[in-house]
Write a new protein. Structure first.
Length: 599
């Protein structure tokens, strides 16, 4: 349980941050009735099913089930844990968290300083690039790569002059010490001295989805590989700092997330992204000089239905593509591969063939399974029997990793047709590889799948419940949470342990507990006690707006429904005649009671 921060502080953070305000940074919200709604940031959709309630300070998506309070929204959008999300919100509201609250705030302060310093550096690099003399080499390089000023401005590109301390001086004039510059990755310590890290390089600011400059990539302007025996890397990136986590960010996602396309193109380099972007294709991102991580895949899947991998066409690129396919699949997503014949990367492809050809290549991107099978096929001579056997053996390995049984089946047919081996033989090879994997089903988007899995688990757990019972308990809890008067009536007849799901029992304990301490239960605070897999179910109790209203009669009716449903479940499972008779008598009584207030 991540509650290391006092309730007091959490309450203040909730009071001083408005969920509508915060969510609006990510989602264009429109007022609809008593709620706000917009396109869900957690799954891909074309019609808004994402709702935010100002009264309750909660969000809920009727499409994918994502749900929770502001802290949980921050956790998901920023990839933060509970404590860091609280820190971010505290900081935003100018609340200082006391040190004895279990953690210090050093890291957060540091991060803020680095972001300010990076912004200052980005402006400096940009102004250097614009300068006729200082930026000459940078200008020449970008002109050679056909990058116009319009694009330079969109990306905030710049130039780091070939100097040991021009940036350091500029930072000092703006209140940043050399130590800060070194700690923030803009300067390097060498033999007891501190120098500018980036010298004589075109600068690519790396900007997160909130618009912060979190780091830089710098490229040399000529392809000199060595100076005085020192190796000069073509690209130099900021090191990881308190503000820069390479594995959790992507170049240009800040721009790509606004594209209307449903997929994201993933490529290798900054120049690829820029070249494709200025050709009018905006849904493109790149990793930051490292192989793709699972966190990056998850980040992309938040904005994309499928990821289209567009890596270099050389051997290293193919290897990286295979790895990316695995990582994306591991993150619960689907990918396709864009094939660029006759060019080594997207930048070269567009310069050679034009934008339309590139768009065509994007449309023709092949599913990752097909890509993997085609690579295997290249290794064997499938005109020979031996070649066929080995090809089918390896291809079956690939198919065994395909989660979608229908998709696997389609490939089995295709392989049989391509090789002239009977479908039955290919199928039995496939079965051999998959025996032991019981769960084969159609893959869905991560979020949706998680939710389905949760619901499946619930159903098993809830054998002793019915949809009517759940609906009645949900609405009753919602009413109890919003009115002390209704709570008072209900708590005489139903106790936390009487609720039929684990989440409802936990939630009711928290609600009862609040009233016991003379507090009105606050949904946004209560939800902090739930883990991500319980959250949606708990949050729906508060976010149940079609049945917000109710009075004493509603409570009586709900309690009656709950009693009747429970009796029906017991009757269904009871075999002892005497007990059954008693249950039927109780049932009759409940029905009579129901009739008295229905008249
Ligand atoms: Zn959603």
């Amino acid at each position: 349980m991540p509650r290391r921060i006092s309730d007091d502080i959490i309450a203040r953070i909730n009071d001083e941050n408005d969920i509508i305000d915060y969510v609006s940074q990510y989602v264009q919200l429109k007022k609809t009735g008593r709620d706000y709604s917009g396109l869900c940031p957690f799954h891909h959709e074309k019609t808004p099913s994402f709702h935010v309630s100002q009264d309750k300070q909660l969000f809920h998506c009727f499409g994918c089930g994502a749900s929770g309070n502001l802290v949980q929204f921050v956790m998901r959008t920023e990839n933060l844990d509970f404590v860091d999300a609280i820190k971010l919100l505290a900081d935003r509201a100018g609340i200082i968290i006391p040190e004895d609250d279990g953690f210090t705030d050093d890291n957060h302060e540091k991060k803020k300083r680095i972001l300010e310093m990076n912004k200052c550096a980005a402006r400096f690099f940009y102004s250097c690039l614009k300068d006729k003399k200082l930026g000459e080499k940078g200008q020449q390089y970008l002109a050679k790569r056909n990058i116009p000023w319009k694009t330079i401005t969109v990306y905030g590109l710049g130039y780091a002059p070939d100097s040991r301390d021009l940036l350091l001086k500029h930072l000092a004039a703006n209140g940043f010490s050399v130590e800060e510059a070194a700690d923030g990755g803009l300067a390097v310590r060498r033999e007891g001295k501190i120098y500018d890290k980036f010298r004589g390089r075109v600068m690519f600011p790396i900007i997160d989805v909130r618009g912060n400059v979190i780091g830089f990539g710098g490229r040399v302007t000529d392809d000199v590989k060595e100076v005085n025996g020192y190796k000069i890397p073509k690209y130099l990136n900021s090191p990881e700092t308190a503000a820069f986590d390479k594995g959790r960010n992507l170049f240009s996602l800040n721009l790509a997330k606004n594209s209307k396309e449903s997929d994201l193109i993933l490529c290798e380099g900054y120049m690829d992204v820029i070249s494709v972007y200025q050709a009018g294709i905006k849904n493109i991102v790149a990793t930051l000089g490292t192989a793709i991580t699972e966190n990056q895949a998850k980040l992309m899947l938040r904005y994309a239905g499928e990821i289209l991998i567009c890596y270099d066409s050389d051997e290293a690129g193919v290897k990286a593509t295979l790895r990316a396919i695995d990582v994306i699949s591991g993150a619960g997503g689907r990918s396709r591969v864009i094939k660029l014949g006759g060019a080594k990367d997207p930048d070269e492809y567009i310069n050679k063939n034009g934008v339309e050809k590139f768009k065509e290549a994007v449309r023709k991107a092949v599913p990752s399974t097909e890509f993997r099978i085609s690579l295997i096929k290249k290794q064997y001579d499938t005109t020979t029997t031996d070649g066929k056997i080995m090809f089918i053996d390896e291809a079956a390995n690939v198919l065994a990793s395909v989660k979608d049984a229908v998709e696997a089946d389609a490939y089995i047919t295709k392989i049989a047709e391509d090789t002239g081996i009977s479908r039955g033989a290919v199928l039995s090879k496939y079965r051999e590889k998959t025996s032991g994997n019981r769960h084969r089903r159609i893959p869905m988007k991560t979020e949706y799948r998680k939710q389905t899995e949760r619901k499946e688990r619930e159903t098993v757990r809830k054998e002793n419940t019915t949809p009517t019972l759940i609906a009645a308990e949900k609405r009753l809890l919602g009413l109890m949470a919003q009115s002390k008067k209704l709570y008072k009536i209900a708590e005489k007849r139903i106790k936390p342990d009487d609720f039929s799901t684990q989440v409802y029992r936990k939630l009711s304990r928290l609600i009862y507990d609040s009233y016991d301490h003379d507090n009105a239960p606050e949904p946004a605070i209560i939800l902090n006690s739930f883990d991500s897999d319980e959250l949606s179910e708990a949050s729906e109790v508060f976010y149940n707006f079609e049945v917000y209203d109710g009075d004493e009669a509603t409570v009586a009716e709900l309690l009656n429904t709950i009693t009747l449903e429970k009796l029906d479940i017991r009757i269904k499972n009871e075999t002892n005649a005497a007990v059954l008779a008693e249950l039927f008598r109780e049932r009759q009584k409940a029905i009579e009671e129901k009739n008295t207030w229905e008249d």
